[in-house]
Design a protein around this ligand. Structure first.
Ligand code: NAD
Length: 394
């Protein structure tokens, strides 16, 4: 079939298998061009491994130091008439390329919050891999079924304390408009913490530790976003920000636990980039379009793979431990640079529908958004008939 993008709001409901492979290859080429990361982990478990920061982590581990990677994700398989989700195609492509280069890879598709998927992962690690020396936790999900109570918690993207009123970008219509978002109730805040807070990260480490599957010196990292003034009302100081604060609590508890293994747990603060998760957050597309413009003009723009390569080579396996006062890795340093932020703030005041393409890098935003689903790669013939049904080799 011919596969074209079908965009509905912040999601594209189709994905292109050949384009997703091009996306994965581009990231692999980046890592290879930067070279081996000496002393990096050799056995890595990535939870949320199929898109965004998790996929970049898997690629960096595999191609930065020839690591064995086990990836967990939740993606839609293809049928004769409908494409798979992008993460499915990304993972198929990753496996194919990694295996061809002699790397061990294993992928597990299912709900990472469940006991069943944890048990399946543990079984595979026991039988085929052994203890891991790095666990990357990179889930982004709007809901979580609690494995013990069965309660389905739903996260919200709402402010705390007072409603948000301000600019946002309708990416379908390329329109800058005003939006008001009502505050989250305490119940909604609790639910958001249940979905995106640290409990599941702790459950994973607990299950792995009990099964003796954490190697001596094992490290674990969970990703967060802090942001600045423009995004605080909807992110940093909002319901999702409370969930991210809970990651700091979990990191402390995990550090205690991992002491016995000489291991450690850290939260890594990453930069805002276009992913399926971030495009669903109100005002984030406008902020990212402005940020990209400013950072590209200053020559300091980074995407997922550049951020994660830096995390591995400088923070995780560099010469010295680079942590902030709260014990976190900071990869958002260039984004939060005062000059970058003041330029973003000035443009934020100015931006309107009419001047959108001059004041922002909305074009860059759209290009990156389409790339997430395998569209817009010059090497791919989008007029060619393509079979959507591609699967994992066993
Ligand atoms: P993403 O949407 O690209 O990736 C989410 C991953 O989670 C996918 O692999 C998906 O399959 C997996 N997933 C979701 N629900 C699952 C489930 N129930 N079981 C198994 N797998 C599941 O998201 P992303 O933007 O890369 O976000 C990853 C992490 O990085 C999040 O913690 C996010 O807050 C953080 N982060 C993102 C940004 C950003 O700008 N995108 C910035 C800083 C930090």
């Amino acid at each position: 079939m011919l596969i074209k993008p079908k965009i509905r709001g912040f999601i594209c409901t189709t994905a292109h298998p050949v384009g997703c492979e091009a996306n994965v290859l581009e990231q692999i080429e980046y890592v290879k061009s930067r070279g081996t990361i000496p002393n990096a982990a050799k056995k890595v478990l990535i939870i949320g491994a199929s898109t965004g920061y998790g996929l970049a982590s898997r690629i960096t581990a595999a191609f930065g130091n020839q690591a064995t990677t086990v990836g967990v994700f939740f993606e839609k398989a293809p049928t004769e008439n409908s494409t798979a989700s992008a993460g499915w195609y990304n993972s198929v492509a990753f496996e194919k390329i990694a295996k061809a280069q002699g790397l061990y890879v294993k992928s597990i598709n299912g709900d990472a919050f469940s006991d069943a998927i944890k048990a399946e992962t543990i079984q595979i690690l026991k039988e085929e891999v052994g203890p891991v020396d790095l666990v990357i936790y990179s889930l982004a999900s709007p809901r979580r079924t609690h494995p013990k109570t069965g309660h389905i918690a739903k996260s919200v993207l709402k402010p705390i304390g007072k409603p948000y009123s301000g600019k946002t970008l309708d990416t379908d219509k390329a329109e800058v408009k005003n939006v008001t978002i009502e505050i989250a109730t305490q119940d909604e805040i609790n639910e958001t913490v249940a979905v995106m807070g640290g409990e599941d990260w702790e459950m994973w480490i607990d299950a792995l530790d009990r099964a003796n599957l954490l190697a001596k010196g094992c490290q674990t990292v969970s990703y967060t976003y802090l942001g600045a003034k423009q995004t605080w009302p909807i992110y940093g100081q909002a319901a999702i920000g409370k969930a991210k604060e809970d990651l700091d609590r979990a990191a402390k508890a995990l550090n205690q636990r991992l002491k016995a293994l000489n291991g450690s747990a850290h939260v890594a603060v990453m930069k805002a980039i276009v992913t399926q998760a971030s495009s669903a957050i109100p005002i984030m597309p406008l902020y990212i379009s402005l940020l990209y413009k400013v950072m590209k003009e200053k020559g300091v723009h980074e995407g997922c793979i550049e951020q994660v390569y830096r995390l591995f080579s400088k923070n995780l396996y560099g010469n010295k431990l680079l942590l902030d006062d709260a014990g976190r890795f900071r990869l958002d340093d260039l984004e939060l640079d005062a000059a970058v932020q003041s330029s973003v703030e000035a443009l934020w005041e100015k931006v309107t529908t009419e001047n959108l393409n001059n004041t922002t890098d909305f074009k860059g935003y759209q290009t990156d958004f389409l790339k997430l689903f395998g569209f817009g790669f010059p090497s791919v013939d989008y007029e060619a008939d393509v079979d959507p049904v591609v699967g994992f080799e066993h």
